[in-house]
Design a protein around this ligand. Structure first.
Ligand SMILES: Cc1cc2nc3c(=O)[nH]c(=O)nc-3n(C[C@H](O)[C@H](O)[C@H](O)COP(=O)(O)OP(=O)(O)OC[C@H]3O[C@@H](n4cnc5c(N)ncnc54)[C@H](O)[C@@H]3O)c2cc1C
Length: 575
């Protein structure tokens, strides 16, 4: 990606100098908005909706041809003291959540953790629910003393769809798809525009705005960046697979750093240690996540090295010590049925057999342990001893080696390895989530090393390492929720700061508010009861008209089914 756009001066000047000169070389903007949001992931969509609700005319610029980002392939949301938790009898509270998050994350940011613990029940759960998301399940996870990992009936896509549909219905939110932002533009010391390149046509355009929100997600699909920021205390694996989406390129980090952001916690990265190369990915670098409760794991010496059911933190520490940083997942013919894979849309029972179990590039198969040892290079004697010991422990009901099961604790899926053929899959680490990035202040403004805001620039979501909420260890659901949370905060501030600069949208809103005040004051017109009550609130709370009205819900009596339906979406502004 280019560090800085430039219409006529090239190469010779540094990016910073170019920025200073950009004012005299920049082309006429393709469009001007109050707020530009870069990235239509869950953070960007939340920022755009919030900015619009605060009266801003918004442009969302997205490199992909569709919105939603990683939330589409993600799972659940950690949220605190929600209506669903209460319904299920789980007694959560901000204090309990604060303690859990701080303990698990170890180096989490206390300010953001406290705030998220206190406000996520309303500002994430209630807000998403009002937008149409329906959470129905809460999963218990090792890091939470009270279950708070919320799911819809499916995955994150069921939250993205209502948000996306709300944004598409909002006439004050425009979209530029397939447009990758490659540079920011400075004007009189503030960030006031972006350069985007259309990914299909290659054409370049300049878009200007009063405020720019970066919500471009993490950098976990950029292996160079992952390696360059690898934590000093962990072994850098020789083979590292990509476990994040196509567009987690790290663009936003380059942009923010160029603008002067203080880049924090860049080495805090969530790495999973159960990856298999995706056999349908021609580059051979993408990962699938593999799980099998009927398997044991052996290191290159043919021995088990940990409790295979341990939590992600224990697993990361144990695998990190292996040389090389990889291991074999071992199971037999019975266990083959229990192999689960995630991470690609083509996965189903038949394709797992075809592309994984029957694929010698991924899976070694042996009718005997000797054959398996030959195919994997694992020492035969030690492999045989490991399997025999395991089978004996299963028979007596106690894992004397790593305490995975015992007389008191008999998890499901534990079985002996005795039915040929035997399988071994080589497992590698995979990249997943970024926990660092440009520092933001309490209002979502990007700040420099002196903690001063970079004028005009805001950031949200995984790009910011979700504000340090995870510290050094990613928790369950602690990216999606915080992405919404920080997105809303950045979107609101971006809108307010743009309106403080008297953008055209606000002038229009103020004018319209005056008209409403007049109409409501005249009042008492028969048949206008709801109109008057709701618009009095609009007036008192200084809502902008576009908080409720858009193309589908225009400013007139809703006299057809489509408009009535569109208006239903706005009930929750007041109720
Ligand atoms: C497989 C998987 C499963 C996960 N499961 C969970 C889970 O269960 N719970 C949880 O909390 N978290 C989970 N996460 C993490 C979570 O999905 C992300 O942290 C979260 O979705 C980030 O949202 P975001 O909007 O900040 O960024 P993203 O979702 O990455 O969205 C960023 C958007 O910006 C666009 N973009 C990037 N660069 C540019 C550019 N230069 N110009 C224009 N657009 C650009 C991208 O195309 C993308 O649409 C998971 C992640 C993965 C990979």
């Amino acid at each position: 990606m280019n560090k800085q756009p430039n219409s006529c001066i090239r190469n010779a000047l540094s990016a910073v100098l170019l920025a200073a000169l950009f004012g005299c070389t920049q082309p006429t903007p393709k469009s001007h908005h109050d707020v530009i949001v870069v990235g239509a992931g869950i953070a960007g969509l939340s920022a755009a909706l919030e900015a619009s609700a605060h009266g801003a005319k918004v442009l969302v610029i997205e490199a992909n041809s569709v919105g939603g980002g990683h939330a589409v392939i993600a799972g659940g949301f950690a949220m605190v003291d929600t209506a669903l938790q209460r319904k299920k009898g789980y007694k959560d509270s901000p204090d309990i959540a604060y303690r859990d998050l701080m303990a698990w994350g170890e180096t989490a940011d206390p300010y953001w953790v406290r705030r998220y613990a206190e406000e996520s029940g309303t500002d994430v759960y209630d807000w998403l629910t009002a937008a149409g998301a329906e959470f129905v399940v809460i999963i218990d996870t090792p890091e939470d003393t009270v279950p708070r990992f919320h799911f819809t009936r499916g995955a994150g896509v069921n939250v993205v769809v209502p948000l996306m549909s709300k944004a598409l219905k909002d006439i004050n939110i425009d979209f530029a798809w397939n447009t990758r932002v490659t540079a920011l533009a400075k004007n009189r010391g503030a960030i006031r525009g972006v350069v985007g390149v259309n990914e299909r046509t290659g054409s370049r355009a300049y878009f200007s705005a009063e405020s720019i929100v970066l919500a471009t997600g993490g950098f976990q699909n950029n292996l160079n960046m992952v390696r360059a920021n690898w934590p000093a205390e962990r072994n850098l694996p020789k083979k590292l697979l990509k476990g994040a989406g196509q567009f987690a390129t790290g663009d936003g980090y380059v942009l923010a750093e160029w603008a002067g952001a203080d880049m924090q916690r860049m080495d805090r990265q969530v790495t999973f240690y159960n990856g298999v190369p995706d056999p349908r990915d021609k580059s051979g670098t993408s990962a699938l996540v593999a799980e099998n409760p009927a398997a044991i794991w052996v290191a290159s010496n043919g021995r088990r090295f940990m409790d295979e059911s341990a939590d992600s933190k224990v697993m990361a520490a144990a695998v990190d010590k292996l040389k090389p940083v990889s291991f074999w997942m071992l199971f037999d013919a019975n266990g083959a049925r229990r192999l689960g894979l995630r991470g690609a849309p083509w996965i189903d029972r038949d394709s797992v057999k075809r592309y994984i179990l029957d694929n010698p590039v991924i899976t070694a198969k042996g009718v005997t342990l000797r054959e398996l040892a030959l195919k994997t290079g694992l020492p035969e004697h030690s492999l045989r001893t490991t399997v025999e010991t395991w089978n004996r422990m299963v028979d007596v009901g106690t894992d004397f080696q790593f305490n995975r099961f015992s007389e008191e604790h008999q998890p499901r899926g534990i079985q002996s390895l005795s039915k040929a053929p035997y399988y071994a899959i080589k497992i590698y680490p995979l990249t997943r989530k970024s926990m660092g990035g440009p520092a933001i202040d309490k209002l979502g403004r990007v700040v420099n090393a002196a903690e001063h805001p970079v004028p005009g620039l805001f950031a949200a979501g995984e790009l910011t390492g979700v504000a340090g909420i995870n510290g050094s260890h990613g928790g369950a659901g602690t990216f999606l929720g915080p992405s919404v949370f920080t997105g809303r905060i950045a979107g609101k501030t971006a809108a307010l700061e743009s309106s403080a600069r008297k953008s055209p949208a606000l002038v229009l809103a103020e004018g319209t508010n005056a008209l409403i005040e007049q109409a409501v004051a005249d009042g008492k017109r028969p048949g206008y009861w709801h109109f008057d009550v709701s618009h009095r609130l609009v007036s008192e709370r200084r809502y902008s008209c576009n908080a409720c009205h858009n193309e589908s819900a225009p400013m007139r009596m809703a006299d057809n089914r489509k408009e009535m339906l569109a208006r239903l979406d706005t009930c929750t502004q007041c109720h």
